[in-house]
Ligand binder design. Structure first.
Ligand SMILES: [Zn+2]
Length: 231
């Protein structure tokens, strides 16, 4: 009986520790991913997803920063990090700067559908952030790829069979659950023993297959030159 009680007390203690754990101990796969409530200058609105990949930098699809139908830029955006149903880990609705790699003035193109946000403060200290990689195809372990995004709640899916379209894009067979992921969310790999999820691409669009724009050196260099603090 005494043994049972102590096990129970330990369980209660561990549960208490989990509930009161600091933000940094939460799963960065969720807390570093933002549900974006977006309004463009043309009046169009959309919901998107973005991922912190540095203490002050978030990567997302370009079409979350400029309207792909009217080529008009963002008017305002509120970021709900770690959103799950109506709860969230951290909300940001202040100022930020942003850059995109296409304004869709010649129509929608998925190959350049990537952009980023630079926050004026180090919100990553609260949200956490993903590692990132621009490794060659040979070094990426696609069999460990996942994606995360928002459509009211968090969705995480494993996927294999990634096809590399070119040096910027990948595709893969898409499931219903994946279609619910918010566009702009992270395609990342993670396996047992890895400390951080590692972003390799940004989910852009889907039909019967999913499309993602890869994180490239060009994006990294641009982010760095615009004040993103990579380690
Ligand atoms: Zn529009």
């Amino acid at each position: 009986m005494k043994r049972t009680l102590s096990v129970l007390l330990l369980a209660v203690f561990l549960l208490g520790a989990a509930l009161t754990a600091p933000a940094q101990a939460a799963d960065v796969r969720e807390t570093a991913v933002a549900y974006m409530d977006i309004t463009f200058e043309c009046g169009c609105t959309r919901l998107g997803t973005g991922t912190m990949i540095a203490v002050n930098g978030l990567v997302t699809a370009a079409h979350n920063l400029v309207c792909y139908q009217h080529s008009r830029k963002l008017k305002n955006c509120t970021f709900y990090f770690g959103r799950n149903n109506n709860r969230y880990h951290y909300k940001y609705s202040g100022n930020f700067s942003y850059t995109w790699f296409t304004d869709f003035s010649k129509g929608y193109v998925s190959s350049d559908d990537i952009g980023y946000v630079v926050f004026p403060k180090d919100i990553g200290n609260t949200t956490g952030w993903y590692a990132w990689s621009v490794e060659s195809d040979d070094d990426i372990r696609w069999e460990y790829c996942n994606m995360t995004g928002y459509s009211g709640s968090v969705t995480v899916s494993d996927f294999a069979q990634v096809d590399v379209l070119n040096d910027k894009e990948i595709t893969w067979p898409i499931s219903y659950e994946m279609k619910q992921c918010g566009q702009g969310g992270p395609v990342y790999y993670l396996w047992e023993g890895m400390e951080y999820p590692t972003l390799v691409a940004v989910y852009t669009t889907c039909g019967t297959v999913g499309y993602a724009r890869r994180m490239t050196r060009e994006v990294y260099d641009s982010m760095r030159s615009n004040g993103v603090k990579f380690n």
